[in-house]
Design a protein around this ligand. Structure first.
Ligand SMILES: *Cc1c(COP(=O)(O)O)cnc(C)c1O
Length: 365
């Protein structure tokens, strides 16, 4: 049996006629920047996440960078980031000229450890930037409490968390703003690069909108040195068709995840557990094994595609050599990079495929 890691094409096949119609309507409209399709998607995504404002931008990295710029982050500022995340989280900080201050995750939730954040804060800390890694919400309660006490902002990287819930509420409006990626492989994905920001803060929303559009509210009048990062109407049209299916698709991910959790119980891998106040969007299903590379090879041999998220933590990347970190600086993040393996999961995967994956792992000595 072949089990692809994620079949992104099947969402298109499922909704082909509606998506084709929406994209062709967008093409027919003659509006290729901003316009009704973008406004419609922004409105429906804000409604879905229960936030006042959603602003479409070009991709998830830009969403992070623009949101940080809108929060006034610049040279000399420090931003608290997880030591274990996709490098985009750190890149957004350094692109603003600011300094990323890594904080280790809780070894159980794999998300930034609220207890360690306070120790890492200094008078230069401007923003705490938690990531809802793999789709599991970070511990927003303690993080928001700390941020309020210290007078700093909270920006959440929600790139993997479309539809995830913390204490019953969808990720979207807990912190000052949440950034989103609609990269094709995300739980809500476009047919190319796309991203967005949600917030309940009207001033921040306006600032983000301005920065994303050349720092301009009125054409050819530039208030700040902005960037050009806008959500394409073609992607917005497709995303509007996909959004109403997100909950159902996530439910299918939950079924796969629960199947894995049940059937991998007594095997050689460690499976993730969800804290009681969190509902994961199960963007990824990570398992942990000391013999990760051999397990990955065995699964590959059996026709099962897996990926590693992520093989090198940001502090050990060549790109961040200038920060001066040595191996051993962040042992939890490093151990995750050495042992993590993401199993296939997605809305179009079958339980038969999940059973086959479990069978191979159970037979792996
Ligand atoms: C995908 C991702 C991003 C970046 O999104 P792009 O749209 O690819 O720029 C940022 N942070 C995390 C955690 C991601 O998974």
């Amino acid at each position: 049996m072949k089990v692809p890691f994620l079949d992104v094409r099947s969402a298109y096949i499922e909704l082909k006629s509606e998506i084709d119609e929406a994209v062709s309507r967008a093409l027919d409209s003659g509006w290729y920047i901003f316009g009704e399709e973008v406004a419609r998607f922004e409105r429906s995504f804000a409604d879905y996440t229960g936030t006042r404002f959603a602003i479409g931008v070009g991709n998830g990295l830009d969403a992070l960078r623009i949101a940080l710029m809108a929060m006034g982050v610049s040279e000399g500022d420090e931003v608290i980031v997880p030591s274990n995340t996709y490098i985009a989280t750190w890149l957004a900080v350094t692109q603003c000229g600011a300094h990323p201050v890594p904080v280790e995750p809780d070894a159980n939730t794999l998300n930034i450890d609220p207890q360690r954040i306070e120790q890492a804060m200094t008078s230069k800390t401007k923003v705490i930037l938690p990531v809802h890694l793999y789709g599991l919400p970070a511990q927003m309660g303690p993080i928001l409490e700390l941020a309020r006490r210290k007078g700093v902002r909270v920006l959440e990287d929600g790139a993997q968390a479309h539809g995830a819930r913390y204490r019953g509420e969808l990720i979207g409006g807990h912190g000052d703003a949440v950034t989103w990626s609609f990269y094709p492989g995300k739980n809500l994905g476009a047919f190319g690069d796309a991203g967005g920001v949600t917030t309940n803060d009207a001033e921040l929303a306006e600032q983000i909108r301005t920065i994303a559009n050349y720092g301009s509210k009125v054409k050819y009048v530039n208030e700040v040195c902005g960037v050009n990062s806008r959500l394409d109407p073609l992607h917005a049209a497709a995303l509007s068709v996909k959004l109403p299916h997100l909950e159902e698709w996530n439910t299918r991910r939950v079924q796969i995840a629960e199947y894995y959790q049940r059937h991998l119980q007594n095997t050689s891998v460690r499976v993730p557990v969800s804290p009681p106040d969190c509902v994961s969007s199960w963007h990824l299903f990570p398992v942990f094994s000391r013999r990760r590379d051999a397990l990955q090879a065995r699964l590959k041999e059996a026709g099962i595609e897996t990926l590693i998220h992520y093989p090198i933590p940001p502090h050990l990347q060549q790109a961040y050599r200038f920060l001066g970190y040595e191996k051993g600086a962040f042992p939890i993040a490093e151990a995750m990079a050495e042992t993590e393996l993401s199993l296939p999961i997605g809305p179009h995967m079958t339980l038969e495929q999940a059973a086959y994956v479990c069978e191979i792992i159970a037979g792996f000595e």
